[in-house]
Design a protein around this ligand. Structure first.
Ligand SMILES: *[C@@H]1O[C@H](CO)[C@@H](O)[C@H](O)[C@H]1NC(C)=O
Length: 176
């Protein structure tokens, strides 16, 4: 038992941390990061994006031709971040590796920049991601919204979030 706990501890500290989100868990986490705090209208769109960009996986990486793509939102390393290996506009002023860890706050800040730091009014704001257009039509995003707004609040995870929010409204930290 002790050895088991030690190895779990070791994995937590040393292991390459990755996290696969539940869609609605991501929905409320993005909300807590102010992705769409006033209207909630864009949250399901970002969740749909992450679903098809990375299968909701924080350490997702792929490379297509000269373009490496990083993290949950599949951000283009030749444009939004720098990997130190190739020229990049680095518009989000960040090292690409930062998009691969479990902390998605920086990923989220960069996505806001891609979208144009405004409320989502048109799917054109997602033109950076051709896969969005392909997969995230009205039907797909409506299903996500219904699931996350109507059904997910009954889940245990959500109840814990509410409890934590009450205890400490400014610091929501999500543990799985
Ligand atoms: C996500 O998983 C599905 C099913 O395993 C797979 O077909 C798809 O290519 C994956 N998407 C990405 C972006 O890796």
């Amino acid at each position: 038992m002790k050895a088991f706990l030690l190895s779990v501890f070791y994995l937590l500290i040393v292991g390459h941390e990755t996290k696969v989100f539940d869609a609605c868990e991501l929905f409320y986490l993005l909300r807590s990061y102010g992705m769409d705090s006033s209207t909630w209208t864009g949250l399901h769109q970002f969740v749909c994006l992450a679903t098809f960009a990375s299968n909701l996986t924080t350490n997702y990486f792929t490379s297509e031709g000269d373009h490496p793509y990083y993290g949950l939102f599949r951000l283009n390393g030749a444009k939004w971040c720098s990997n130190g290996k190739q020229a990049s506009k680095n518009k989000c002023s960040i090292a690409c590796d930062k998009f691969l860890d479990e902390d998605i706050k920086d990923d989220t800040e960069c996505v806001k920049k891609v979208i144009g730091d405004k409320e989502i009014v048109s799917s054109k704001q997602f033109s950076e991601w051709p896969l969005y257009e392909k997969h995230c039509g009205v039907e797909a995003i409506t299903i996500i919204a219904l699931r996350c707004v109507m059904f997910f609040p009954m889940s245990e995870w959500f109840q814990q979030l509410l409890k934590k929010k009450k205890e400490n409204p400014l610091h929501i930290k999500v543990h799985k």
